[in-house]
Design a protein around this ligand. Structure first.
Ligand code: IPM
Ligand code: MG
Length: 362
């Protein structure tokens, strides 16, 4: 087993270091290799996703990714910006299925901006299609308009598109995930306006016929955004396109009040995966030792479960995280009165200690 470690920018290096520490106490056999990505790679090699990093990612079974981005790169040409690294990895590795769970941890109910009764026990899985849609659709660019409201004016355009196999494969991922949960899928679209999403909806219904045991319903994206804050617990598995999934997954993550807790996985058809926290690089707090490493540690657990076939080790990480929360340890983002404020490193150490304790016992 080979794991590519790509810490990236901002708090990426600090949080990934804690996750690696956790992986190392599990007594598993794997090889790791670290490489630069994002702004860090641009500084060193002039490109956010250098050939060598891409090669390492391709030949690894899994990638543990921190975060990329910093405002200081906003003025670079788009192909050189840090975000292109993550988009390039998704595209080059075909990582089309993005799993973004939004789980409200019992001890953190108070961290949400919603009323506790709305989110206590929340456990949603957003499945976002990740390699199609308006993110990657060609053509795109700038030109002089030949029609529209202002012919002759400068204009910019992107293309929203999905092919049948792209929608079919993400539909199967969603229905199969639902089978392992409460057997309900909500497909989010904009079929009332967009041809692409009428097509999406038709295919969801078609594929759904192969899963008669799973209940499928459909929701327009604007309504879904509203229902997510009104009655989030009504959702279980949500499947949607790349653009809507980007937006709804941030909304769902924030419901829990602790985006610093949420892992994610992006898989291709051979189960090779990239695992990263749902939050970004947070350059404003980088280097201060206060970032929450738990989303990255939980991403490492997802990696063990999905790509490395080590479900038991994944369970051990997840219970260790539960126990440090139960013990009242909190990084500043999830701190509340009566709990103990700890640094990034102390949080990582506490998870390690919780794991080694269960090892000795077990
Ligand atoms: C995400 C991020 C990325 C996206 C950016 C960094 C390109 O927002 O993973 O949700 O838009 O997909
Ligand atoms: Mg996003």
């Amino acid at each position: 087993m080979k794991i590519a470690i790509l810490p990236g920018d901002g708090i990426g290096t600090e949080i990934v270091a804690e996750a690696v520490k956790v992986l190392n106490v599990l007594d598993l056999k794997f090889e790791t290799e670290t490489a630069l990505v994002g702004g860090a790679a641009y500084e060193a090699h002039g490109h956010p996703l250098p050939e060598s990093t891409l090669k390492l990612a391709k030949e690894s079974d899994a990638i543990l990714f921190g975060a990329v981005g910093d405002w200081k790169y906003d003025k670079l040409d788009r192909p050189l910006r840090p975000e292109q690294a993550i988009l390039g990895l998704r595209k080059n590795l075909g990582l089309f299925a993005n799993f973004r769970p939004a789980i409200c941890y019992e001890q953190l109910v108070g961290a949400s901006s919603l009323k506790p009764e709305l989110i206590a026990g929340l456990d949603i899985l957003i499945i976002r299609e990740l390699t199609g849609d308006i993110y990657f659709g060609q053509p795109r660019g700038r030109r002089t308009a030949v029609d529209g409201h202002f012919p002759g004016a400068e204009e910019a355009f992107d293309t929203m598109r999905y092919s049948r196999p792209e929608v079919e494969r993400i539909a199967h991922v969603a229905f199969q995930a639902a089978r392992k949960r409460s057997k309900r899928v909500t497909s989010v679209d904009k079929a009332n306006v967009l041809e692409t999403f009428q097509f999406w909806k038709d295919i969801m219904i078609e594929v759904g016929q192969q899963y008669p045991d799973v209940e499928l319903d459909h929701m327009y994206v604007d309504n879904a955004a509203m229902q997510l804050v009104k009655a989030p617990k009504k959702f279980d598995v949500v499947v949607t396109g790349n653009m809507f999934g980007d937006i709804l997954s941030d909304e769902a993550a924030m419901l829990t009040g602790s985006i610093g807790m949420l892992p994610s996985a992006s898989l291709n058809s051979s189960n090779q995966g990239l695992y990263e926290p749902s939050h970004g690089s947070a350059p404003d707090i980088a280097g201060k030792g206060i970032a929450n490493p738990l989303a990255t540690i939980l991403s490492a657990a997802m990696m063990l479960r999905f790509s490395l076939n080590q479900a038991e080790a994944a369970d051990r990480i997840e219970s260790a995280v539960q126990s440090v929360l139960a013990a009242g340890l909190r990084t500043v983002d999830i701190y509340s009165e009566g709990t103990t404020k700890v640094s990034t490193r102390e949080m990582g150490d506490a998870v390690v200690a919780a794991i080694t304790k269960t090892t000795i016992k077990g």
